[in-house]
Each structure stands twice: as C-alpha cells, then as structure tokens.
Design a protein. Structure first.
Length: 269
C-alpha cells in the first residue's frame, strides 16, 4: 500500500514533465528551473567537462527558436581549422604562377643567345637575323655570341676604319668599292704625315665618309643598317664551323671572316 502511494506522485511528476516539454516546444520558450547552458567544444558538441550522469527531472536546457538559429549560424561560420581536424581540413590551393609580362625590345634581349656590347645599335632586320644565328649556334655549342658592332654613323665608321689602319689590316682588300677605300686611305695617310692627333684623324675620315654618302657611296654595309660584327677570337675551330653552319641554316646572310681585329662580318642580303 505504501508503494502504491509513492508511485502515484512519481507518475504525476513524469506526466507533468512531459506536458511541460510539449508546451515548451510549441511556445518556443524554456521550461522552469532551467539548467545552465552546456559548454560547446570546437566541434560543436558538449565538452567532456559539461557531460555527466543523466538527471531525471525538470532540469534541462532548451534554446528558443531565435537562439537555435543563432547557434546554427555560429557553427557554420567557424573556421575550418577549428571545425575540422588538421588531417582532414582542405589544403589551400597552390598559388598559380604569374604570367610573364609582355617583354619590350630591351627586356627581350635578356632572353636571347647573344650579348651586345655597350654603344652598339642593331637595325630590326639585322637583329632578327642575329637572334636566329645565335640560337642555332647555341644549340650546337651551348655558348652565346658577342656582337661587337652594328649600325654605324659616319663618325663610328671613321673610328672603326682608323682601328683597321692601325692594326695593319688590308683595307683595300676588305671593301668591295676600291675607289672609296683608296680615298679614305689617302685621307688617313695625309693625317698621319701631318702628325695629327687621333681626334683630328677621325674627324678627317668622317668628312670623307659623309661626302661619299652624299654621292650615294657606302663604304660599308654598317652605314646602311645592314651589317653586324661578331667576335670570334675566343672561338675554337669546331665552334667556328658551328657558327658558319648556323649562318647557312638561317640563310640570307653573307659571312666574311676578318682577322684584324678577328671577327665575323655579317652582311644581311
């Protein structure tokens, strides 16, 4: 009899608790005697310290509707490093290589197989031929070419010819126009006989060359932006053959080997 009297209040309490739960869900509120909010770990689950033996009674935590939505948003906004273990977190994509900017003419020279000495200018058509020959030479030898002379004005041509005279080069044999070569040689000999300084000799030769150009005579293809000189004093015999093979491969270029000073004179046809 005593047991029956004690069981009735227990049944009534459980029925009351169930009724409270139903009312709480529909009302979106919390039951009376609320328990403290459990602590959430990074994974969104109650921490081990918050978990304990199950309690029977009216002590529970039930967030209302808005609170539940805020909690859901907070979990979605967590960083991956915090929400997932490191071993399964997605890796950041590798940085894509940046596309190389378009190269200008000066910058493009850094990517070709030849070196241009300071103060040397190349006409576009000549530069294209030099680049092709240098590439062919590099394939055969693994070495770059050195451009020692390109387009010349009368002053530069006078300096170049003065160097030829002083090196004892056969100037009359080097140039096709023998009459023009003799005229320049005569001006040089007269200046040397007068013991003029180098600046005066160059100026005298320049005047002769300018006068020839006015008559339509070009002693050298360098004056018409059609020639270039390539250093060959450091080339071995096999490398010289490789160079001439490259010239033949490219075509449209006449190569002349000059010894004083040693170089290849290339004339674009």
């Amino acid at each position: 009899m005593v047991c029956k009297l004690r069981s009735r209040p227990s049944l009534l309490q459980r029925a009351g608790a169930a009724a409270v739960l139903v009312i709480a869900f529909f009302a979106g509120g919390c039951a009376s005697v609320p328990a403290s909010q459990p602590e959430l770990s990074a994974s969104g689950r109650p921490s081990s310290s918050a978990r304990g033996p199950a309690h029977v009674g009216l002590n529970f935590w039930l967030p209302d509707g808005p609170a539940a939505r805020v909690l859901s948003l907070q979990v979605q906004d967590l960083d991956l490093d915090e929400a997932e273990p490191p071993e399964i977190a997605p890796r950041a994509p590798a940085e894509r290589p940046r596309s190389a900017p378009s190269l200008g003419r000066e910058e493009a020279r850094e990517h070709v197989r030849y070196v241009v000495l300071p103060g040397v200018d190349l006409a576009p058509a000549v530069e294209q031929k030099v680049a092709e020959i240098a590439e062919a030479y590099f394939r055969r030898t693994g070495k770059e070419l050195v451009v020692t002379s390109g387009t010349r004005d009368p002053a530069r041509q006078a300096e170049a010819m003065l160097g030829l005279f002083r090196h004892g080069a056969d100037v009359l044999g080097l140039y096709r126009d023998k009459a023009a070569a003799r005229e320049i040689k005569s001006a040089y000999e007269e200046a040397v006989s007068a013991d003029e300084p180098s600046e005066a000799v160059i100026e005298g030769l320049e005047q002769v060359i300018r006068a020839q150009i006015e008559r339509g005579v070009f002693i050298s293809a360098h004056l018409r932006e059609g020639a270039v000189d390539i250093r060959n004093r450091d080339m071995t015999a096999s490398e010289r053959r490789a160079f001439l093979e490259g010239v033949e491969e490219v075509g449209g270029v006449l190569a002349l080997e000059e010894s004083r000073p040693p170089h290849y004179h290339l004339q674009v046809e």
